[in-house]
Design a protein. Sequence first.
Length: 229
Amino acid sequence: METIYITAFVVGVLGGVHCLGMCGGVVGGLTFSLDPKVQISPFKVSLFQFSYNTGRIFSYVLVGSIFGFFGASLGTVAAFLPVQQTLQIIAGFFMIALGLYLGGWWFGVAKVEQLGQNIWSYIRPIAQKMTPVKHYHQALIYGLVWGWLPCGLVYSMLIMAMTAGSALSGAAVMLAFGLGTLPNLMLMGAFAFYFTRLSRMVWVKRVAGISVALMGMWQLYLAFSVSLN
């Protein structure tokens, strides 16, 4: 079971290219909207960014617990196993599709992200009312809201959270994933210009895309090997 948490964390790290594209503008905008006296203090900027990301990750954990609970409630342990394998296979294929998306080869995942736009249209005005951010608790709430931004990377991890077997394990999967995304977005907040350029480099996208696709294939191997045994 520990493998699922490691996978979630690594996908979070490798998916940083996508995170920089989806959330980079948000964290960069948060930095630029701060008081000029705060902006010249790297320590204070980091505290605001940490507060924002803590809120964002908490949103992931909350939804992960819901998906984990839903997956576990599908039936007894004996009956749940085939469902769990099916969800693992779906998650594997979704990760492969995500890898192709990150690498710029196929953009089917973008259509999945568009499905979340309907929900996001109701949430976005709340986030917009929170700027400019002046206090750490505001940044925390700001992150809670922005954690609901439609994201194919998050969706693939939520499918994996459903296979975890419990609400707590589902939350742990999303916590591991969120922690994997943390370094990229923290650095993005501090060095917005440089990391925006880096995330647009073709070779960076393709290395990340291939890596995520390979992890999806590994998930498929694990799912099929269990069924064969």
